[in-house]
Design a protein around this ligand. Structure first.
Ligand SMILES: [Fe+2]
Ligand SMILES: [Fe+2]
Length: 284
């Protein structure tokens, strides 16, 4: 009988840190998402907001844990390590992705808008930073569920980029409870949590729409009727972003809400199994 296989400790952690076996330095096509301008530039816009946003999430969660009584901080060590490790690898790869967008002639305005807000909010109490992180983490978890359950969102995408978006979606789903649970552990109120979410939802819709439009402008695609027809289908079609996201987003407004209620464990397990050769689990 074979001896049981010993798994390295990093492979058994709740939030493993994975290195994705893709190389973005060789570039990718301008219309990488199935040749469709709107689908490509909407996801490009989201990517432009990721590196600065993810650094803010890491900083906020670290500060938040330090606000807990010393006796509670050790219990957060694993969650904190997994969360920061996953977000740091996302930030790195989306930084490479965004550098290619830069070479393709696109301009990242969203990053500047976010930097301005982060600077202005730096003196707020850390519970607000964790509330903002929890709200954005709900957005990413809802989008992640959409990416994993709606293959049409990435239909025809360049294979390495489809991997990048689905890997990110899997890890966002894995760590979706961290900031929310930390906010509760810090004693944050329901009212503050919900008010931040309402404000950030409005901001997200305006900024994602503006950055998408600017991407279409800089790529010379905004005036083509096919762009908007494909955009309408992608956003408001029966398997589009709007219908997949609206109800799960609104759930955040319920006092009994918890991110674990957003169920996609089967999709995560399926992707991890099917793409086992596409990533390596690494240590710290
Ligand atoms: Fe992320
Ligand atoms: Fe995240």
């Amino acid at each position: 009988m074979n001896a049981p296989v010993e798994l390295p400790p990093e492979a058994t952690r709740r939030l493993p840190i994975r290195r994705l076996r893709i190389d973005l330095s060789k570039g990718f096509p301008k219309l990488w998402n199935g040749g469709e301008a709107f689908r490509t530039h909407y996801l490009n816009a989201l990517s432009m907001s990721f590196p600065i946003g993810e650094q803010f999430f890491i900083d906020s969660v670290k500060k938040g844990v330090l606000m807990l009584p010393p006796g509670q901080q050790d219990a957060w060590a694993d969650e904190l390590r997994g969360f920061t490790g996953q977000e740091a690898t996302h930030r790195f790869l989306h930084g490479q992705f965004n550098a290619e967008l830069d070479r393709q002639g696109l301009k990242n305005y969203w990053q500047g808008w976010a930097a301005w807000r982060i600077k202005n909010g730096e003196n707020m109490h850390p519970v607000n930073h964790v509330a903002v992180t929890a709200a954005y983490e709900h957005f990413t978890a809802v989008m992640a569920t959409g990416v994993l359950t709606h293959p049409n969102w990435l239909e025809g995408a360049t294979p390495d980029l489809a991997l990048l978006w689905r890997w990110h979606a899997v890890e966002e789903s894995e760590h979706k409870t961290v900031a929310f649970d930390l906010y509760r552990a810090m004693g944050g109120s329901e009212r503050r949590r919900i008010l931040w979410f309402v404000y950030l939802s409005l901001l997200f819709f305006v900024e994602s729409a503006l950055q998408t439009w600017l991407n279409l402008w800089h790529s010379g695609r905004w005036w083509r009727p096919s762009t908007w027809w494909q955009g309408l289908r992608f956003m408001f079609g029966t398997r589009g972003v709007w219908w997949a996201s609206l109800v799960p987003l609104l759930h955040y407004l319920r006092p009994s809400f918890h991110p674990a209620q957003l169920e996609n464990a089967a999709e995560i397990a399926q992707w991890l199994e099917a793409q086992r050769s596409a990533y390596a689990i690494v240590g710290e």
